[in-house]
Design a binder for this molecule. Sequence first.
Ligand code: C5P
Length: 244
Amino acid sequence: MTRGSGKLIFALDGVKDRKEVEQWVKRLYPVIYRFKVGKELFTREGPEIIKTIQGQGGEIFLDLKFHDIPETVARAVEVASRLGVEILNVHALGGKEMMKAARKAARTVWEEKDGKETKIVAVTVLTSLNQEDLREMGLEIGVEGLVLNLARLAREAGLDGVVASPWEARKIREGQGEDFIIITPGIRSGPGKNDDQKRVSTPEGAIAAGASMIVVGRDIRNAPDPVGQARVMEEKIAQSGRNG
Ligand code: C5P
């Protein structure tokens, strides 16, 4: 099978055990070789699940969204970096000092060992939050304004990029340039099966808007032919006109 572009990250959500994880990786690799391990799977299976996926050739996006005081986040990032995860995330709302501490921790680990430095991306504003939710929290700035602010802060803190909705990808790309990683969830291949219409996008739409990588879960998991679906997505991405 041909190796994919790496722009697709498969979300290993709702898998019941390690065996099922192995089956998914075996099935999708190497069309998809990046896998997102989230809170549910990590809490159930622990760090061993990362080794399992890596043992099958997969790269890991560890989606634990760290958000704490800088010292605590730095320690967690250090441990995750030692596990060799390719990408991990923190909440940008943890502040610049926290993000800087995360960067420093990953760099220290990298300097000690061979291989690549763990990339750190910041979650800007959760896609489950809207303008009203922000106002309730006393944040009068709009969603987009806050996302763009946090993206700038993440860059200033030395992070590699952000996680954001496809709808904000274009402006983040414009503001932060080509080498900034933008990872977007909320991907749906076609109309009619959207659970969150307003903030979703097609794979090619997200990439065309500036996303570097897209996270896809249900659209592949629930497809009658998941590998076929992944291939179709790859083709559409290739036709989207963005190679970055
Ligand atoms: O919706 P789907 O199954 O593709 O979701 C894949 C991942 O993206 C999930 O882990 C989910 O937490 C995240 N997601 C998100 N925002 C959305 C939809 C999904 O962050 N609007």
